[in-house]
Design a protein around this ligand. Structure first.
Ligand code: FAD
Length: 429
């Protein structure tokens, strides 16, 4: 008889949500997490001035229903990201011209979303291949490729086109995805979800081996063994691939897992004495067309003033592993170029390099790089009962976001409840 009804591996938002939903339904669950903290790609650190900042997932908007409900249920009041004033474009263009370019880039994004997933003309294409076939001005093509590098954090000549179109179809916000954030950090919200689980959560428990049969699973973390009737792997696909399965997963599932690759991202928090850009009529947002994959916006709140800078895609890979002082110099140079000398007047630069992260992959989400793997997400969503997969990547809405992780965790829990996990629990009570 298995010890647990359901074991969930991975205490990011997907795993925390699945565990919490199942526990609420009376199911006997155990959540195993490799790190000494919960949150996965949502984590926080404390700056020298005592301010706690999100060093991973942070922003959201009113169009993300699950997260908005959770935030409200936990009594949190979001901070609106400062949006008064002009955005800076680099290399410099007049704001109106910059906004017009981004309108055209958005229109190209709509054209991508409107493609038919089973169109034979799209078979085998990468994103770069598809862009090259569009009759569009060169600066719009470049702007679109820059957007892909910044958001999906991998080179467009590697990302499968039908994957990106399908992924973007599920990102339906009409308000900016950076509309708001939590002053007390998104990571604290993960901590509150975990607190509810009590001793049903085990930290510092890296799972390495899974033995499975129709009757259940045996899970190994070093010499520790756990057993359950069902398993949810709430891990990014690249992290699932590191596990040993006995027997090996069926070939189509193994192929579906191999279709993914990690993105690359570095998140930089730059602190100032005050948000000086506001006095200059600027909102703090900087959109770089060059170098590609760089973006900044205002994260000031209460008594704290600062800008967050995202370095994504090949640019992050280029900076990964280089000496920190050199990266600081690059950040300072870019901000002086954007804001003038005041940009150099920093109190602190905090760098979190996610490239090569051992547990959560290297960016906001893993991406599909095998253009032939058109059913990879369907295969993983079907799972190999009693093994189920849940991570933000697989969500039916907002994949690659915190919202997506909650959706994926909720959907996995619902699937297990529908398959009888609750009756297992009642049997053991
Ligand atoms: C720098 C950065 C900025 C981001 N910014 C935003 C943002 O502003 N807004 C937004 O909505 N999203 C953002 N995201 C994306 C968002 O954070 C993620 O999409 C989401 O949190 C993923 O959740 P998850 O539960 O699917 O996976 P993860 O958070 O990756 O959780 C997986 C968990 O599994 C654990 N694990 C892995 N392997 C094992 C193992 N073998 N055994 C046990 N445990 C294991 C990991 O430690 C981790 O805790 C950002 C991500 C990053 C990295």
């Amino acid at each position: 008889m298995p010890e647990q009804d359901v074991i969930i591996v991975g205490a990011g938002f997907a795993g925390l949500t699945a565990a919490s939903d199942l526990a609420d339904a009376g199911v006997n669950v155990l959540l195993l997490e490799a790190r000494d903290r919960v949150g996965g790609k949502v984590e926080s650190e404390v700056l020298p001035d005592g301010t706690r900042i999100d060093t991973g997932g942070q922003f959201f908007c009113r169009d993300m229903p699950e997260l908005m409900v959770l935030i409200k249920a936990h009594g949190k009041t979001p901070v609106m990201t400062y949006a008064e004033g002009e955005t800076i474009f680099r290399p410099p263009v007049a704001p109106q011209k910059g906004y017009e370019l981004w309108r055209q880039v958005d229109a190209l994004r709509d054209r991508m979303i409107a493609t038919k997933p089973d169109d034979p003309e799209l078979a085998g294409l990468t994103v770069a291949d598809w862009v090259a076939r569009q009759d569009i001005p060169a600066d719009v093509a470049k702007g679109f490729l820059r957007l892909v590098k910044g958001l999906w954090c991998r080179s467009p000549d590697e990302i499968a086109f039908t994957y990106l179109a399908s992924n973007d179809r599920r990102i339906t916000n009409t308000h900016s995805e950076l509309e708001m954030f939590l002053g007390g950090t998104a990571h604290a919200l993960a901590g509150e979800l975990a607190a509810k689980l009590g001793d049903r959560l085990k930290l510092n428990t890296a799972v390495s081996r899974i033995e499975h049969s129709a009757g259940g699973v045996e899970i190994w973390s070093g010499a520790q063994r756990f057993s359950a009737g069902r398993l949810i792997l709430a891990l990014p696909p690249v992290a699932v691939r590191k596990l040993v399965f006995s027997p090996a997963l069926p070939a189509p599932v193994d192929k579906a897992l191999r279709a993914w690759a990690p993105g690359y991202a570095i998140k930089v928090q730059v602190s100032y004495a005050k948000p000086f850009w506001r006095d200059l009529g600027l909102n703090g947002t900087v959109m770089w067309q060059e170098p590609q994959g760089l973006y900044a916006c205002d994260t000031s709140r209460g008594g704290y003033a600062g800008l967050v800078m995202f370095i994504g895609g090949p640019l992050a890979l280029q900076w990964h592993g280089r000496p920190l002082e050199e990266l600081h110099g690059f950040v300072r140079e870019r901000l002086v170029d954007a804001f003038g000398e005041q940009g150099a007047d920093m109190r602190d630069i905090h760098v979190r390099d996610w490239v090569d992260d051992p547990w959560s992959s290297g960016a906001y989400s893993d991406v599909i790089v095998d253009p032939e793997a058109r059913d990879a997400e369907d295969v993983l969503n079907a799972g190999v009962p009693p093994i189920h997969f849940a991570s933000s990547e697989l969500a039916s809405s907002y994949p690659g976001y915190i919202e997506g992780a909650i959706v994926a965790g909720r959907q996995a829990a619902a699937r297990l409840l529908a398959a009888g996990a609750r009756s297992d629990a009642q049997r053991t009570l």
